[in-house]
Design a protein around this ligand. Structure first.
Ligand code: NAD
Ligand code: TYD
Length: 348
């Protein structure tokens, strides 16, 4: 397989690239990433010299570049993760979300069609999406299934929903083999410290306030990033074209419950007094249009592809905190922007 992975220098993408490069030495892995503020090649230091791995810096919306990559590497599979991914940024500046997430996806589909349409055998366009396309659940026991109607409510989720629709349109209209997965909130190493868990770990280390939106009662379903990367590997190899798979951890937490737990674990690890970090919790104005609850029914992927999460939340959150404590230079570099010099040093 000659696999084009987009967004491989980001949080989830870096775990997917590492996994596929190490596990499939006879496949070619091409990582196309624009290295925005969220893309960091330091995430892939350990595999950058592997012979089955190539990095290309560029925009998924660049038709000439994507066309050249398809030609040069005879791409057979696309694993599409590149996106603008932070809800708060989408509220402040939606247009870049539409450009990257919708038009960028459209460009990839269009180029894939051009190269594959004569013979779709052995080809697959795999689009990675989010559970946020389904909207918001009430408190209770309802879960998002693959049949839940789309109801995106933030500019981010609306842009991801649009890209999902485009991918399905290429399946129905042009018979392109596509597969989509919609995953719940990920956490783990390499997560950019603007999202809840890494932001709060970083702030606790620095004894800065922990801004909890609203009353902290919103619920998210958290999945360890390696479990997501393994699900992506399985879907890439065994997923049925035309299908959608929901991926989730069956691991719901209110934000305040989660934050309190992270505070308590970190107090112990940092030798601080019990309750010291909880004192940093500061309730702030709620996010505009803040979705109340996300929770995934992951029984389809369990029953059809035998995927279940391996990591429990207790072990996953501990590993995550340990990783951030052991990688303070990574944290300092990404928060100061210094990591962006890495590409110039390594690749030019
Ligand atoms: P991220 O923001 O950490 O990484 C995104 C990557 O895409 C970065 O490396 C960035 O440089 C790259 N990129 C952005 N715009 C680009 C462009 N125009 N051209 C090429 N590369 C570009 O995101 P993430 O959290 O790793 O999410 C990856 C994918 O998974 C996204 O599609 C996201 O919607 C989806 N997803 C994320 C979560 C989550 O909890 N983080 C959950 C479900 C689905
Ligand atoms: P986030 O990590 O941004 O993921 P998403 O919005 O995609 O679910 O936020 C997770 C939850 O944490 C969400 O309910 C918003 C909340 N949150 C805060 O309370 N404070 C913060 O500083 C951030 C970034 C998020």
């Amino acid at each position: 397989m000659n696999i084009l992975i987009t967004g491989g220098a980001g949080f989830i993408g870096s775990h997917v690239v590492r996994r596929l490069v190490n596990k499939y030495p006879y496949d070619k892995i091409i990582n196309l990433d624009a290295l925005t503020y969220a893309g960091n090649l330091e995430n892939l230091k350990d595999i950058e010299s592997k012979s089955n791995y190539t990095f290309v810096k560029g925009d998924i919306g660049d038709e000439t570049l994507v066309d050249d990559i398809f030609k040069k590497y005879q791409i057979t599979h696309v694993v599409h993760l590149a996106a603008e991914s932070h809800v708060d940024r989408s509220i402040k500046d939606p247009l870049i979300f539409l450009k990257t997430n919708i038009l960028g996806t459209a460009n990839l589909l269009q180029v894939a069609k051009k190269h594959w349409a004569d013979d779709y055998a052995g080809k697959l366009f795999y689009h990675i999406s989010t559970d946020e396309v389904y909207g918001s659940l009430d408190m209770g026991t309802d879960l998002f299934t693959e049949e839940t109607p789309y109801d995106p409510r933030s500019p981010y989720s609306a842009s991801k929903a649009s890209s999902d629709h485009l991918v399905r349109a290429f399946y129905h209209t042009y018979h392109m083999p596509v597969v989509i997965s919609n995953c719940s909130n990920n956490y783990g190493p390499n997560h950019f410290p603007e999202k809840l868990i890494p932001l709060f770990i970083n702030n606790i280390i620095q004894k800065k306030p922990l801004p909890v939106y609203g009353k902290g009662e919103n619920v998210r379903d958290w999945l360890y990033v390696e479990d997501h990367a393994r699900a992506i590997d399985i879907i890439l190899h065994k997923g049925k074209p035309g299908e959608t798979y929901n991926i989730g951890g069956h691991n719901e937490w209110t934000n305040i419950g989660l934050v309190s737990l992270v505070c308590d674990i970190m107090d112990k690890k940092l030798g601080r007094l019990a309750g010291e970090s909880r004192n940093l919790i500061t309730y702030v104005t709620d996010r505009a249009g803040h979705d109340l609850r996300y929770a995934i029914d992951a029984s389809k992927i369990k029953n059809e592809l035998a995927w279940v999460p391996h990591e429990t939340f207790e072990t996953g959150i501990e590993k995550t905190i340990d990783w951030y404590l052991a990688n303070e230079t990574w944290l300092k570099n990404v928060t100061s922007g210094a990591y962006q010099a890495y590409y110039d040093k390594m690749y030019h």
